[in-house]
Write a protein that binds this ligand. Structure first.
Ligand SMILES: [Zn+2]
Length: 127
């Protein structure tokens, strides 16, 4: 899951300086507000936790972040397929298994984003 904050000045997307699995957890860890300096216009503003939005990783980012997992899936399924069914089957099985694991990971990631975006802190954390 990637957390971004849109700059109040130039609307460019910045990586959120505060991170946790849900907005509630971010509030518990960092409080209800945080300061962020924009990467594009260098303006510093105060933002609320609800300004943070979860977005999907691009396919490239996803592979980069999980390259070890995909490599393990690839090697293990290739070895098994190769031993049991031969070289061609091993290749086909390992490619299919890797594609499936990528698709599952992407789906899982989108689910987390939905949960994050759904739970706003405004109104419920007031003391
Ligand atoms: Zn900006």
């Amino acid at each position: 899951m990637k957390l971004i904050v849109k700059c109040k000045e130039c609307r460019s997307e910045n990586d959120s300086p505060v991170k946790a699995a849900t907005r509630i957890k971010i509030v518990q860890k960092y409080g209800e507000e945080f300061e962020m300096k924009c990467n594009s216009c260098y303006e510093t503003h105060t933002y609320e936790i609800d300004d943070i939005r979860a977005v999907d990783y691009s396919f490239g980012e996803l592979i980069k972040n999980r390259i070890a997992v995909f490599l393990i899936v690839l090697v293990v399924t290739f070895t098994l397929g190769f031993i049991l069914l031969g070289l061609n089957a091993g290749l086909i099985i390992s490619v299919i298994a890797t594609l499936i694991s990528m698709a599952l990971l992407k789906k899982n990631n989108s689910g987390k984003n939905l949960t994050f975006n759904k739970h706003k802190v405004k109104g419920r954390m007031s003391k």
